[in-house]
Design a protein around this ligand. Structure first.
Ligand code: 26Q
Length: 816
């Protein structure tokens, strides 16, 4: 039976009134927007919580194969608007709240973003949960209930300032529900003991020196237009009170004591590093805490449904979102070996058929390794098991390549050196049944450059699953005007079947449709213009080209290449009377990891250049630079629909996929990009005429670096480049303080320019020139923009999830 009833406005309003009083201790006459919003969310959450439980209890679900998505990050963004759309209640609730004198749009603007992720990887996990629920593939998302999400960013004289992100209200977060009966205990430290069991068999067991509690919080992931609600289960770490130590020796007691305060706070804060591994003990503790709680919960569900532990791999698949939850593998093995007393072969057969791993990066500095010392101290039994896995792996390697020491060294899970380290990616490839890259090109590079030997040793294990984005949030919800226009032409089927957007192709030459499409774009640009005026006190021209680069700040993403182009335009506008260009607004939004000095310097440089250009009377409206602070999901929802140009300019071979590229193309922006990540597939879909590709490809990048790259070769021979870069050397943008922006310039010259910014500069400037020219022809620009919307249906996360379900998880949808 279905829990979804037709919307009962009177009952809903009564529930809102009830929560105003019982949860918020206020009355309708006194309530402010904040209280109204919370009461509304509590009222709506009644339905999602009931559906969550009904889905969980459904025998069809209990007996179906399901996937468990393990991720340290779920960058979900605001839930209310999205849930209203999925529940099909947007219009109804607009009316019901209006009768209280409350405007739904304003109420939705009141919600803070749960920023429980850094960037692409975390947002991908959120899109995947949305698509799992939409496609009704039985699923549980497992993550951490951070008290503080990614830091809030502000600028102080152009420099990034970080402040803690408090995403939960003092009264709680209406969409989440605490599940005390699902709480778990998690151990750390201690020792491994050998003992003889009742059958006289030698066994090993771990006696932790410290225990903490994992409390479960469920967020409802509401299936679009169906009755399925799956949990996103987030674990919160709590100190076990009273301080309880089972068995310990003197040394471990002290270690445990010292860590106790920390341990009680394990889930206080999300690590703000993106694509960089800072091997901190607390981070490893977070990872193990997440894995221990999640694996225990998976086994609990499996056994509560009456299934045998021996059938685990038949019913459950565990997807590891990067290597961050890798310790789930030795954790499952530990439970199978030490608690269920399975043989190694039986335990391994189950574990290695249960886990699959997604790789999101080739950057060496982002590949996780953990020191043996730390691992042994924190997780002594897991370290033993990792050595056991490696012993067998090395046996296989020696069998395949007899006498080949080099192969052993490359494939070993243990990296030898001053201190031995555990390579988490090697552990994953050796211990899972499927490994995937996140875009076609990335997967090829994983096979060719990262794991060629593994690819030979385990043929067929490496797959590609190209990333995608949810069309509900990234088109229907964030761009209501374009959604309405699309639906007026091709109906609403595209919302669940994004490939249907290709039906728009036949309107690409239709003058009326072109005008309507550009009219929607203009309205979205006006919305962003108003936002910038209101929040930043800056005036921009909505008729200018909106050129957008929104993503984490990283050298490989090359925001400084964008900056160099801006400097070249500034220079030419001032010094070349013949130089003409279409008015352009360059829009940045980006956070830098707090410890990434150069990234913060690049933010500072962009802000200082912006300040000067925006106030230069010689420039006027022609060139503006806006760095919008505190980039987050809800800001992306305003910027993306307003983008004309999408900057995807990473050094070829460095961006695994990108997903912002998909979002902007889908919303009718034209991409200027390198042959990197999913840009390659976007080009394949839209055709060479509808995208601006520039720069070295990955083979050329590798060849140039092999022969010895020298940035001065470019600096000395390209006058525009030299002039642009040298603008950063003086006090042009920092009056009276010459050299303040030198860090960025230095990194590109004496610093060696590791990401080949100078090598790609000239071609980038050319591509930008083509864009400028193209925009002058509004009709043909409109056509190209329409074709971008029409031809990017491939990049729905529904398609990604079906690829996973069919090729990796062997999962069937279960409709309720
Ligand atoms: C690791 C160890 C310690 C602390 C932090 C980390 C850490 C945290 C986050 C390492 C990496 C990340 C995030 C990586 C990430 O976002 N990668 C992006 O994943 C997207 C989804 O597949 C791709 O589209 C992007 O290309 C990729 O950069």
């Amino acid at each position: 039976s279905t829990v979804n009833k037709r919307f009962n406005k009177t009952a809903f309003q009564a529930a809102v009134n009830k929560y105003l009083v019982t949860k918020l201790a206020t009355l309708p006459e006194q309530a402010d927007a904040h209280a109204w919003r919370l009461a509304m969310e509590y009222a709506l959450a009644e339905t999602t919580t009931m559906n969550l439980l009904a889905t969980e209890q459904d025998p069809k679900i209990k007996n179906a194969r399901s996937v468990n998505y393990l991720s340290l990050e779920f960058l979900i963004g605001r839930l209310t608007g999205n849930n209203l759309i999925s529940m099909g209640l947007y219009e109804e609730v607009t009316v019901a709240m209006a009768e209280f004198g409350q405007n739904l749009t304003d109420l939705l603007e009141e919600e803070r973003d749960p920023a429980l992720g850094n960037g692409g990887l975390g947002r991908l996990a959120a899109c995947f949960m949305d698509s799992l629920a939409a496609e009704e593939y039985p699923a549980v998302g497992y993550g951490l209930h951070y008290e503080y999400g990614l830091f809030k960013q502000s600028f102080n004289d152009g420099r990034q300032q970080e402040a803690p992100d408090v995403w939960r209200d003092e009264t709680g977060y209406p969409w989440e529900v605490i599940r005390p009966e699902l709480a778990q205990k998690v151990g750390f430290y201690g020792k491994v003991e050998e003992y003889t069991d009742n059958d006289g068999l030698n066994q090993r067991r771990w006696l932790p020196g410290l225990q903490v509690e994992g409390m479960a919080w469920d967020l409802p992931i509401v299936g679009y237009n169906n009755n399925s609600v799956y949990p996103l289960r987030l674990w919160e770490c709590r100190a076990l009170a009273p301080f309880s130590l089972e068995r310990f020796d003197e040394g471990n007691y002290v270690a445990a004591q010292a860590s106790h305060i920390q341990a009680g706070n394990l889930t206080k804060v999300l690590y703000p590093n993106d694509n960089h591994d800072k091997g901190k003990e607390l981070r490893l503790m977070q990872q193990y805490f997440h894995c221990a709680c999640s694996v225990a919960d998976i086994l609990r569900r499996h056994q509560a449904a009456g299934h045998s532990i021996l059938d685990l791999a038949k019913l459950e698949s565990i997807q590891l979102n990067d290597t961050h939850p890798t310790i789930a593998i030795p954790e499952l093995l530990r439970i199978l070996l030490d608690e269920h007393h399975l043989s190694w072969d039986d335990a391994w057969a189950i574990s290695s058929k249960t886990f699959a791993y997604t790789n999101h990066t080739l950057l060496p500095e982002a590949l996780e390794t953990w020191g043996e010392q730390l691992m042994t101290t924190l997780l002594p039994r897991h370290m033993e098991i990792i050595f056991d896995i490696n012993l067998r792996l090395m046996g296989e390697v020696a069998h395949k390549w007899p006498g080949d020491i080099e192969k052993l060294r490359k494939l070993s899970i243990i990296q030898e050196g001053d201190e031995r380290r555990v390579r988490m990616a090697n552990l994953c490839v050796a211990s899972t049944y499927a490994v995937n890259g996140v875009a076609a090109m990335h997967t090829e590079l994983v096979k060719r450059d990262l794991f060629p030997e593994f690819n030979e040793l385990f043929p067929g294990r490496l797959h590609n699953v190209t990333n995608g984005v949810t069309p509900r949030r990234w088109l229907k919800f964030c761009n209501p005007k374009l959604s309405a226009l699309i639906s007026s032409k091709i109906g609403t089927g595209w919302i669940k079947d994004l490939g249907q957007l290709q039906k728009l192709e036949k309107f690409a030459d239709d003058s009326q449709f072109q005008m309507d499409f550009m009219c929607v774009k203009k309205a979205n640009k006006q919305r962003l213009t108003d936002w910038v005026a209101e929040n930043m006190g800056l005036t921009i021209n909505p008729d200018a080209i909106f050129d957008v680069q929104i993503k984490r700040l990283h050298e490989y993403k090359r925001q400084h290449l964008n900056l160099l182009h801006i400097l070249s335009l500034y220079h030419r506008l001032i010094n070349d009377a013949d130089f003409k260009m279409q008015p352009r607004v360059f829009i940045f939004a980006s956070k830098a990891a707090p410890g990434y000095e150069l990234a913060k310097e690049i933010i500072f440089a962009i802000n200082k250049v912006a300040e000067k250009i925006n106030n230069d009377p010689r420039i006027g409206d022609t060139l503006k630079v806006v760095f919008i602070p505190d980039y987050r999901v809800s800001l992306a929802e305003i910027i993306i629909p307003a983008a004309d140009v999408s900057e995807q300019i990473s050094t070829a071979g460095k961006e695994a996929s990108g997903t912002g590229n998909m979002k902007m193309a889908l919303n009718g922006a034209l991409t200027v990009g390198t042959m990197d990540g999913a840009n390659v597939e976007i080009r394949e879909e839209v055709g060479d005429d509808n995208i601006f590709i520039f720069g070295l490809n990955v083979d050329e990048v590798q060849a140039l670096q092999a022969k010895g790259y020298n940035p001065y070769d470019y600096y000395n021979s390209d006058q525009l480049l030299r002039t642009s870069l040298d603008l950063l050397a003086g006090d042009e943008f920092t009056p009276g303080q010459p050299g303040l922006l030198n860090a960025t310039r230095h990194s590109l010259l004496a610093g060696g320019d590791p990401y080949l910014v100078l090598a790609d500069f000239a071609d980038y400037v050319q591509a930008q020139g083509r864009i400028d020219k193209q925009y002058g022809d509004q009709k043909s620009w409109a056509k190209m923009a329409i074709l971008n919307t029409a031809r990017n249906g491939k990049f729905s996360s529904d398609r990604s999830i079906r690829d996973y379900a069919n090729n990796i998880w062997q999962l069937n949808a279960v409709s309720r």
